[in-house]
Ligand binder design. Structure first.
Ligand SMILES: *Cc1c(COP(=O)(O)O)cnc(C)c1O
Length: 233
């Protein structure tokens, strides 16, 4: 029998809490972000009914369509896709967070386009922790200058880091690479930045991410089931 979204969500929250407790962390310090790309508004509504308030979307037009259909101002929307400079205006107008900034030009545009009437747009810098070629995110040595530049922009607020490491086979190897991302965040805070967000961990590795200090796990398939169409479609 297939489980409902509400049942899957409560199982996920149990697993998040258990992982937190294993490493003496407070489960309430970890946010479950529902990665809802290529999932229907019907499924989003089911998640909302079970208490889910934080959603992440990758494709701008799909996200805007869903937002206008749902129009619930209590929800928080995170843009977790590729930031393209020609989309910054719309992203800055409609989202609460952008996870995955890796160029100053994008951050400048987002800040410029963010209305001063809204609260600052929350940003996470994406870190290319495995230094894979042609992948989004900054290399660790590029992190401090970018964080510095973002912190000088008026309408955005640097909240922390996000990363999507390459898949690894063992729990220990997953945890080790997430720990390297966490170290980068601690280094930023040692330099006086005030970052509170480590967005890392997805359906297949979120428990290892929590053990490494993740404060936000972004979960799609384990919550909603398989995505039904190619996300880019
Ligand atoms: C799709 C997506 C997720 C969720 O992936 P699952 O493996 O389905 O949990 C998380 N983060 C980002 C950036 C994504 O694009």
């Amino acid at each position: 029998m297939t489980l409902s979204i509400s049942e899957r969500r409560s199982q996920l929250l149990d697993r998040i809490a258990a992982a937190a407790q294993r490493c003496d962390r407070d489960p309430s310090s970890i946010t479950l972000l529902a990665a809802s790309k290529a999932q229907s508004t019907e499924k989003i509504r089911q998640a909302m009914t079970s208490g889910q308030m934080v959603f992440g979307e990758n494709y701008l037009q799909e996200a805007l369509d869903k937002m206008s259909e749902i129009s619930d101002t209590a929800l928080a929307w995170h843009y977790i896709g590729n930031v393209q400079t020609n989309k910054c205006k719309s992203i800055a107008a409609h989202f609460d967070w952008v996870q995955g900034v890796s160029r100053i030009k994008e951050a400048e545009r987002l800040s410029k386009q963010r209305s001063e009437k809204l609260s600052p747009l929350n940003l996470c810098i994406e870190v290319n922790i495995d230094a894979v070629e042609n992948k989004g995110g900054v290399l660790s040595e590029e992190l401090v200058p970018l964080a510095q530049a973002i912190s000088e922009l008026p309408n955005v607020r640097l909240r922390g880091l996000m990363a999507i490491p390459e898949p690894r086979d063992t729990h220990e190897a997953q945890r080790d690479i997430f720990c390297r991302v966490a170290d980068l965040l601690y280094q930023l805070n040692d330099r006086g930045f005030e970052c509170d967000t480590l967005s890392m961990g997805m359906s297949h590795d979120f428990e290892a991410a929590i053990e490494a200090g993740s404060t936000m796990v972004r979960i799609g398939t384990a919550l909603f089931g398989e995505r039904h169409r190619h996300p880019a479609a």
